[in-house]
Design a protein around this ligand. Sequence first.
Ligand SMILES: Nc1ncnc2c1ncn2[C@@H]1O[C@H](COP(=O)(O)O)[C@@H](OP(=O)(O)O)[C@H]1O
Ligand SMILES: [Mg+2]
Ligand SMILES: [Mg+2]
Ligand SMILES: [Mg+2]
Length: 401
Amino acid sequence: MQISLRQHSGRVRSTYTVVTRLCCGRPLVRPRASVNVAVDVAPQTLQYGKELENAKVAVRLASKLCQIVQRQLSAEERADKKDDSPVTVADYGAQAVVAWALQRADPSSRLSMVAEEDSAELRQPAGRNMLERITQLINSVFAEAKVGVVLTPEEVLKLIDLGDSQGGPTGRHWVLDPIDGTRGFVGMRQYAVCLGMLQDGEVVLGVLGCPNLPQGPVGEQDGQEGAAQRAGGSDVGCLFSAHRNYGAYAAPLWDEHAEPVRIQVEDLSNPREARFMESVESRHSSHSTTAAMAEELGVVLPPLRMDSQVKYGLLSRGCASIFMRFPPPTYKEKIWDHAAGFVIVEEAGGRVTDAGGARLDFSRGRFLQLDRGIIAAPPALHKQLLQAASKVAAAPLPSGQ
Ligand SMILES: Nc1ncnc2c1ncn2[C@@H]1O[C@H](COP(=O)(O)O)[C@@H](OP(=O)(O)O)[C@H]1O
Ligand SMILES: [Mg+2]
Ligand SMILES: [Mg+2]
Ligand SMILES: [Mg+2]
């Protein structure tokens, strides 16, 4: 029996857990390891260990709020933004909860957060009911978590607006998508609470809360309507996390005492064995471009369609080996749609670039500047994807195809 461990500079716990879950039925740590082990570095020995723990607490609390809302989702709790994307009480509520948790954990420093939502709609008279409902929700989640705090609507508005940072190449900025995959959330499919931390332009931490994602094998049905209804069991709900240079981990979302397990991308180079992932919504990512890419590569398996950054989590734990995203040419990608997933995939051994091969750059403010779409995969497959992209994706098809 051979156990190979990468020793970190920090304290490594002396008990190792044999991994049986959170791995889609495949070994988690592939290279030369016949037994899979979980290595847990004590948070205080990591450079951003305290921040990572704070981020997990924030994401777990926000995920709880989202789960409560998804279970009682009703039409009036959904507003449509000018860009036609939905936003629900849970998007606003989760943003306020994460801002509150991060601020409480580090009250002496000024929180800089680049987040998706703002309070403009809620400050209108027509938004008052929604604001009341959000405040009620947050306070009920706080009561259940025995937080001992009651927020007023005005405090909730201020917390939401803490997300107005422009980010940039210097200093520390949290990056939050309170619900990524709002369409999936409304459609009772997949969604994720996504929190990253930028330090001097580099994503150094990422946490993804995925309430509807099974901890074991995942199939097409898990990306479809009904995923939310199956989310009651103790084997559903995943928390992915990564600290730069210390690997990527997965844990059950609802058990904060469970030992996180190390995850790794699938060590695959043959496209015929590969499964690729893409958005459910073809207006977010052209299904015909990804199909042409798959054909060019020689991928034979059908795509796994999932909403949100759960795709980055699934790639990181080897449930699928390719992620592709080809939005309409005029679409500008936002950093909160990718920051957490990006560091998790890289720390799991994968590569994430634009279709021209450039590593994603989160230092330029709220948007990413990309050459066409985004591709992510283990290194050997990524190389082949780039070649395919140079042939297929030179001229992406118009939106909706
Ligand atoms: N026309 C468009 N093209 C590409 N992405 C879009 C889009 N409209 C919305 N999006 C983004 O796609 C994200 C969801 O990605 P996916 O398709 O992987 O689920 C949305 O995140 P939100 O749900 O946080 O708004 C939104 O930011
Ligand atoms: Mg949105
Ligand atoms: Mg998003
Ligand atoms: Mg969102």
